[in-house]
Design a protein around this ligand. Structure first.
Ligand SMILES: Cc1cc2nc3c(=O)[nH]c(=O)nc-3n(C[C@H](O)[C@H](O)[C@H](O)COP(=O)(O)OP(=O)(O)OC[C@H]3O[C@@H](n4cnc5c(N)ncnc54)[C@H](O)[C@@H]3O)c2cc1C
Length: 306
């Protein structure tokens, strides 16, 4: 009878990878190529799923995120050592050489774990933002700035790096207005003025759009700002609490808490590796692939050498 590659069937797997996107598929690919049994548990909600296309990843520039994931899974599942288990990992227990991953209705046992479940963006409570997020509202100009260059844009941001970030954005945006999230210093004002960045005097209260196309930002003083693109800084948190369940040491990334790892992507818990946005202060698909490869090879090495 053909092996059912969607089930754990109680056997001890070499590794379970939680999260099947850029980082997780890359890690699993290296484990499978190292001839180790590996299951990827994934519920399919990648961080960039709100965007129509992903950019900046070798060989995939401009493809829809779901297509990139599907192509990655197709490559991975060509290896008989690998299997995909669609669903959410709810609980993880155990220790190196004997972990248990619980999903609704089934559990998996494994010797090593790779956590690659990504981060969840915590969008501010701004009416209209959900409609444009990933289409004309973004965090990262490298990801989508090129396609939207030369359009009227606003940057909604605060903190000590705001003036530098606005100057940086001018690379893509000739007409930029800063919506300061907090007070600006005299020095910031001077830097922004000399960089040709306008500063709005009020905060955004509502976005008006035509479907996913941003049109107007309504401000708290009753004024309106025509804008086709909104760049903003968001906070983020791990997409689930499995690292906390295992007791992995966390550290503060640029957007929120991330899993602390060493140069081999090993977490503070023996036998547990972490990769991708979950374990990197600066996000990006290419970074996630690279970290996934490192986690996969380091995990494989620890299976072989102990
Ligand atoms: C709007 C937007 C657009 C972006 N555009 C780009 C771009 O153009 N180029 C670029 O390089 N980067 C882009 N990024 C960043 C990019 O999305 C991330 O850097 C990348 O997705 C990180 O990959 P990852 O594998 O770490 O995590 P993710 O891609 O987020 O994948 C994590 C996976 O784990 C799954 N998961 C979570 N918890 C569990 C659980 N408990 N059990 C099972 N599965 C679970 C999720 O469902 C998901 O499938 C964008 C981000 C956003 C928000």
């Amino acid at each position: 009878m053909a092996q059912d590659r969607t089930r754990g069937d109680g056997e001890m797997l070499d590794a379970v990878v939680i999260g099947g996107s850029f980082a997780g598929i890359s890690a699993a690919l290296y484990l499978a190529r190292g001839r180790r049994s590996v299951a990827v548990v994934d519920e399919g909600e990648t961080r960039n799923r709100f965007a129509s296309a992903a950019h900046g990843l070798l060989g995939h520039d401009g493809k829809p995120p779901a297509q990139i994931r599907a192509e990655g899974l197709r490559d991975l599942l060509a290896y008989p050592e690998a299997r995909l288990i669609a669903g959410r990992a709810l609980r993880v227990t155990g220790q190196r050489d004997d972990f248990t991953v619980e999903l609704a209705g089934q559990s998996l046992r494994c010797r090593r774990l790779v956590l690659a479940y990504g981060m969840r963006d915590l969008l501010p409570d701004l009416p209209g933002l959900a409609e444009v997020w990933g289409q004309t509202a973004f965090q990262c100009p490298y990801c989508h700035g090129y396609e939207l260059s030369d359009r009227k844009a606003a940057l909604w941001m605060g903190g000590p790096h705001v003036a530098d970030h606005a100057r940086f954005l001018r690379q893509w945006v000739p007409e930029l207005t800063l919506l300061p999230d907090g007070l600006l210093s005299e020095q910031d004002h001077a830097t922004l003025t000399s960089a040709g960045v306008r500063v709005a005097a009020a905060a955004p209260v509502r976005l008006q759009s035509d479907g996913p196309r941003l049109q107007v930002i309504h401000l708290s003083d009753g004024r309106t700002l025509p804008a086709e693109v909104l760049y903003m800084a968001t906070r983020a948190e791990p997409a689930c609490d499995l690292a906390a369940q295992l007791g992995c040491r966390m550290e503060m990334g640029m957007q929120g808490p991330i899993v602390a790892v060493d140069a081999m992507q090993a977490s503070s818990v023996p036998g547990v590796f972490a990769a991708g946005d979950l374990a990197r202060p600066v996000f990006g698909a290419g970074f996630a692939v690279a970290a996934g490869v490192m986690a996969g090879t380091a995990c494989h090495r620890s299976l072989v050498l102990g």
